[in-house]
Design a protein around this ligand. Structure first.
Ligand SMILES: [Zn+2]
Length: 252
């Protein structure tokens, strides 16, 4: 990512040649797309149990958890310690799937926020106060990730052991050239056409999000990775355009 941004923002021809030539060995986009990886359908849509505290011992009364509640001890009701490996989907009682109902996610977010809010624990023990802070922070972090399609997609890939590379090594020359041209357009944009550019990029992102949903429905994680890398470039471009629009006074 950083490498590509440097490529976009410098006028150095030498750097450009070096970056492009390093991509010569990368398969063309078509070849890449033909190399599909299909996971088994059951790998997604499963409700993983990373958040369950079944079998764990309550820090307060030493009762063994029956796993009915992921936050509170079934015997003494004290707020349990945070499981930092907690699966975000499980935390929100959602299945591990790209498709989710945003309204359901937001409703659940408000419920969790309310249940775990530190204000509710101000008269409780220090340990419960700390736990409520940590749970609240995890609930917020999970919401930020799950509510944004790009981040939700990247999280699902991480669960499959697939990470998105930070450099431009997996991008083909054609795409990098396209992004470079788009960045040049932003550099040269004026107050009259900057919002039009923003609209174009936002439309591209919307279309890509629809495509991403279809790809995740097919459990084609390698193809999802390929598209997510591109979407992240578009998101970075969108940010550049927004910043420029503010500088030009096209938006308040
Ligand atoms: Zn207990």
């Amino acid at each position: 990512m950083r490498k590509a941004i440097a490529l976009f923002t410098t006028q150095s021809g030498r750097r450009l040649v070096r970056n492009i030539s390093s991509l010569e060995n990368v398969s063309s986009r078509r070849e890449y797309l033909n190399t599909k990886f299909h996971g088994t359908p059951s790998r997604l849509g499963l409700n993983r149990s990373y958040c369950e505290i079944q079998g764990s011992i309550c820090w307060n009364c030493q009762a063994k958890s029956e796993g009915k509640d992921q936050f509170f001890c079934g015997k003494c009701g004290s707020l349990q310690d945070v499981n930092s490996k907690c699966d975000y989907f499980k935390l929100y009682s959602l299945s591990n799937s790209f498709n989710l109902n945003p309204t359901e996610l937001t409703t659940r977010f408000r419920q969790l926020q309310s249940t775990l809010h530190p204000d509710k624990y101000s008269n409780k023990s220090k340990r419960e106060q700390t736990n409520s802070l940590e749970w609240s922070s995890l609930v917020n972090k999970a919401y930020k990730t799950l509510s944004v399609p790009i981040d939700r997609g990247e999280y699902l890939l991480q669960q499959q052991g697939i990470s998105i590379p930070e450099d431009n090594s997996t991008l083909d020359k054609e795409f990098l050239m396209e992004m470079m041209e788009k960045n040049e357009e932003v550099e040269e944009a004026t107050k009259d056409n900057i919002l039009e550019l923003l609209q174009t990029v936002q439309n591209e992102l919307k279309e890509a999000a629809v495509e991403l949903e279809e790809i995740f429905n097919q459990n084609d994680f390698e193809k999802a990775k390929f598209l997510l890398i591109r979407m992240k470039y578009f998101r970075s471009l969108e940010k550049n355009i927004k910043d420029k629009a503010v500088r030009l006074g096209a938006v308040k």
